[in-house]
Design a binder for this molecule. Structure first.
Ligand SMILES: CC(C)(COP(=O)(O)OP(=O)(O)OC[C@H]1O[C@@H](n2cnc3c(N)ncnc32)[C@H](O)[C@@H]1OP(=O)(O)O)[C@@H](O)C(=O)NCCC(=O)NCCS
Length: 252
């Protein structure tokens, strides 16, 4: 382990069990990283450094550790038997971190910054089949936003943790606003973050000129978010556009 990381863990005011679990993870990453291609090897070390900073420094205000754990597990699982120690170390660490740093229950929509954009894009990599086919990767959404003057996009945060991405067509000349993209990273599914993000969005859209309804469209079939939208108050219009079912929510 890099001496600087070892010192951070040693000097931090943390429970002994957490220090041991962090050290085990750092040591398993030391074994894993040299087996990886240069890019992932650098990335896993950088993410580990971020994770240790999040745990040991209360002033760090963006927490990626759950996404980092997901990244380490997926990377380690790809290495088969030689990744098993890293997977086990993450599994041991996760519940301790949840207890130490969580819960992340307050959802907010925040601007994406130069510091966060890279990892906001990587949140898309957490989605697995079949859910990942229902939304474009965040990097593509941000590229499309660059060419659409009405695109309004935000990172979805739960507490200090960026957990997802949302983008709408925010055209003040039209009464209907369109939810263009929404995703919550898979490690965070089922915690109510998607529901809270829709509530934040509805509050925002209600402040926009002429807003009378919020539209969304989605693919159907296994993994479809249709039922999620219905639970949030969207109603099917019965219309299919570009192969997707259009739903609407009245804002008045
Ligand atoms: C759809 C998505 C945003 C939901 O986010 P989430 O944070 O997991 O959802 P929540 O935990 O807030 O769930 C709220 C409710 O919807 C339900 N729900 C969530 N996803 C669902 C799905 N795919 N199918 C059916 N119900 C779903 C939950 O069970 C929960 O029900 P409850 O209120 O009765 O307990 C997330 O699954 C996702 O990012 N999916 C992949 C991308 C995608 O489909 N985006 C939409 C593109 S149009």
């Amino acid at each position: 382990m890099e001496p600087e990381l070892a010192t951070k863990i040693e000097n931090a005011d943390l429970p002994a069990e957490l220090k041991t679990a962090l050290t085990d993870l750092a040591q398993s990453v030391d074994v894993l990283a040299p087996q990886l291609p240069a890019g992932p090897s650098r990335r896993i070390r950088y993410f580990l450094g971020q994770l240790i900073a999040e745990v040991t420094d209360a002033t760090v205000d963006t927490h990626w550790w759950e996404s980092t754990c997901d990244f380490i597990v997926k990377t380690a699982q790809d290495r088969g038997a030689s990744g098993q120690a890293a997977v086990a170390a993450v599994r041991k660490l996760q519940p301790i971190l949840h207890q130490q740093l969580g819960p992340y229950d307050q959802v907010t929509l925040r601007e994406i910054t130069a510091d966060t954009v890279f990892r906001i894009c990587l949140l898309s990599d957490t989605l697995t089949e079949p859910k990942k086919y229902f939304v474009a990767p965040n990097a593509i959404s941000l590229a499309q936003a660059h060419f659409n003057k009405y695109a309004w996009f935000r990172a979805i945060y739960a507490g200090k943790a960026p957990v997802g991405f949302m983008m709408i067509v925010d055209d003040p000349d039209k009464p209907e606003y369109f939810l263009w993209r929404l995703m919550i990273a898979e490690p965070f599914h089922g915690r109510g973050y998607g529901r809270q993000a829709i509530q934040c969005l509805v509050e925002y859209v209600k402040t926009r000129p002429n807003a009378t309804e919020l539209l969304v469209s989605c693919g159907q079939g296994e993994g479809s978010p249709e039922e999620f939208y219905v639970k949030q108050g969207f109603v099917s219009t019965g219309k299919i556009e570009d192969g997707e079912l259009v739903l609407r929510m009245s804002l008045v």
